[in-house]
Design a protein around this ligand. Structure first.
Ligand code: ZN
Length: 389
């Protein structure tokens, strides 16, 4: 009896919750029995945001409920969960509310990671890009060094050893926490490097420049990044740039483009839930010509089957509707707003990839990558690859 009591109290004492993971972000307030009270650590953002990520150890065989005390930061499918220290993630998809979730730790489950979404940082990028080591169709480089001394990766991809027909700029993580966009980016790169007709055409005709983590410090540190003070990375494209990363893009891209930049796509994730946050969509440009090009591109994309994120061109957000108004850009020009003014650009826009739910589809690493491959296919069609959708 004494032993049993002792064992139970020992196990309870061993539950450890911390943010010692890539992009970790949590403040643990208290643990009361099986109830854990915590909140996301908001860093540097001017508005409430919902990103968090933490690990739990020492909870084998127990059922714990995690209560968030700062707003409703649990998404539409509950937390993302990883049993292998962040290599693979799944949505819990059960036992959650907007501000809590309950998890049954298996008897041998000594460690589990939980996060608002499927965390993606530099180590994931390196694991992905290493698969293509030795390929003549990519060249790794460095765009800049962050304020904290980290490298900001850039990647030249596709037609890089001869003069391309045109060029494409791909950027992601202007907002650090928008990690599902990174799986889409993997899918685009995979599509360009695929051993098929579509990939071959892109490699022979199009040079891509990829900046996978614009706010690299924010990504690695686990910041929200959205509405960052004093200036959001994606409003840092006019006047003097506040951030070294955006300054580097503005400094280097025009020269690299050489007047041949045709497309600039910037990948994002939207808000946590609700209309326009539970489907994939393009953010419509205020420029009617650009908006017409976005719609044309969206129509190509929608026709590609299978359509893993159930993308519908009709879901695109025209300028002037919902949050997409002039007031939203009063802090400064966005990346694609800036890129649109470069010589030759036909299509410049942001794509919003929901974190968890896209119409009827579940957003996962796999479905987001498949959607990215479709984006590569649609870009080929848009840029003149032979064959009709
Ligand atoms: Zn964003």
């Amino acid at each position: 009896m004494c032993c049993a009591v002792l064992c139970v109290s020992t196990v309870i004492a061993e539950v450890r919750v911390d943010a010692q993971t890539p992009a970790g972000n949590i403040v643990v307030e208290r643990v009361e029995g099986d109830q854990v009270y915590l909140h996301q650590e908001r860093r540097g953002s001017t508005q409430w945001w919902f990103y968090w990520a933490f690990r739990v150890r020492g909870a084998e065989g127990r059922t714990l409920t995690f209560h968030f005390t700062d707003g409703d930061p649990v998404g539409t499918r509950g937390p993302a969960v990883s049993d292998d220290q962040g290599l693979a993630w799944r949505w819990l998809n059960r036992d959650f509310t907007k501000n809590s979730f309950t998890y049954n730790f298996k008897p041998a489950e000594s460690e589990a990671w939980f996060a608002f979404g499927m965390v993606y940082t530099q180590r994931d990028w390196e694991r992905f890009i290493t698969r293509f080591e030795g390929s003549p169709f990519l060249e790794k480089g460095q765009l800049a060094v962050t304020r904290k001394g980290r490298p900001v990766e850039k990647l030249r991809l596709g037609c890089i050893r001869s003069a391309p027909r045109c060029r494409v700029l791909l950027t992601a993580r202007h907002h650090a926490c928008e990690m599902m966009a990174s799986y889409v980016l993997e899918g685009i790169i995979g599509g360009v490097l695929a051993d098929d007709e579509k990939g071959r055409w892109l490699r022979e005709n199009v040079e891509f420049l990829v900046v996978p983590f614009v706010d690299k410090d924010g990504v690695e540190d686990g910041d929200q990044g959205k509405n960052r003070a004093p200036r959001d990375h994606n409003r840092d494209y006019d006047g003097a740039s506040v951030h070294v990363e955006t300054a580097a893009i503005r400094g280097q891209v025009p020269q690299w483009a050489g007047g041949k930049l045709a497309v600039a796509l910037d990948l994002h994730c939207p808000y946590i839930r609700g209309e326009y946050n539970e489907w994939a969509y393009q953010v419509g440009s205020a420029d009617t010509n650009l908006w017409a090009q976005q719609q044309a591109f969206g129509k190509l994309l929608e026709k590609i089957e299978p359509n893993p994120l159930a993308y519908r061109q009709a879901n695109d957000l025209p300028h002037g509707k919902a949050w997409n108004t002039a007031a939203n850009y009063k802090q400064g020009l966005s990346a694609v707003g800036w890129a649109a003014a470069l010589p030759g650009v036909r299509l410049a826009g942001s794509f919003e990839i929901p974190y968890a739910t896209a119409n009827a589809a579940e957003v996962t690493a796999l479905s987001a990558r498949q959607f990215g491959a479709n984006l590569a296919t649609a870009m080929g069609q848009y840029l003149g690859a032979p064959g009709k959708p």
